[in-house]
Write a protein of this length. Structure first.
Length: 252
């Protein structure tokens, strides 16, 4: 796909620049189909099957095909209720979490928090939305679903500055590419020690212990999974599975 500035993309697609800027910033959440189609055609994206994929096309436009790079100033200028992450100068817009997503994260939080308190640990656990200035620059700000931070010097009143020790993300169909590829590499490069990707649809947990290399391990929702940053501690995921079965996996 070719690279275009916002102005060039507006001219090539015939979409007014103001309209285009609102779409790419996320201010317009549900653009008209014809508008999306015009943008896709300008980017030379196949538009033979546009039904239901408008959001993905726009994510591609924001992340890969518009040359403007955003900064923390742009991030903080967005409306407070907008769920967005800034990665390498590109905005990635996030869907609201489902009940299954929330159940997984809340149960995982409870188990880990209980372990930390029982053992009088010093690590802190946080849930999204909580800003992480991953690279300590002005081009990246992420909001992992769950994180553990053991160096309290990284935490201030607003955010974590630097890499958390542990991150867990609950993946959805729309976030697979981001969680399995983009964030995986970002977290590895930034110095995250351990990364879990939890897939409700597949009932799989993919874990990476970056202190031992970058090869993944996979576990089912019925397994006991070692949390590597805490020696000897296991997460009994079958307990989490019981909770999500009560509300139905169709909501994942």
């Amino acid at each position: 796909m070719q690279k275009l500035t916002n102005e060039e993309l507006a001219q090539k697609s015939g979409v007014p620049l103001g309209t285009l800027n609102k779409i790419l910033s996320g201010a317009t959440k549900s653009p008209q189909h014809n508008t999306v189609k015009a943008i896709a055609e300008a980017l030379k994206v196949n538009s033979y099957d546009m039904e239901g994929v408008e959001t993905e096309i726009l994510r591609e436009a924001v992340a890969y095909d518009v040359t403007r790079k955003y900064t923390l100033d742009d991030y903080y200028a967005l409306p407070e209720d907008m769920r967005v992450e800034l990665i390498d100068g590109n905005f990635y817009f996030m869907e609201a979490p489902t009940s299954v997503h929330q159940t997984i994260i809340s149960e995982l939080h409870y188990m880990i928090k209980s372990h930390i308190k029982l053992n009088k640990g010093q690590c802190k656990i946080y849930l999204s939305p909580f800003d992480v200035r991953l690279d300590k620059d002005n081009k990246t700000m992420v909001q992992p679903d769950l994180m553990i931070i053991c160096d309290k010097n990284k935490i201030d009143s607003k955010r974590c500055n630097g890499a958390p020790d542990f991150i867990a993300e609950v993946v959805s169909k729309s976030s697979e590419r981001l969680d399995y590829i983009k964030k995986l590499n970002k977290y590895l490069d930034a110095g995250v020690r351990e990364y879990w990707i939890i897939s409700p649809d597949k009932r799989l947990v993919t874990t990476y212990d970056f202190t031992e290399g970058s090869m993944p391990r996979q576990y089912s929702f019925s397994d006991r999974i070692p949390l590597g940053i805490f020696e000897g501690f296991m997460i009994d995921f079958s307990e989490i599975e019981k909770e999500i079965n009560d509300i139905g996996m169709d909501q994942a």
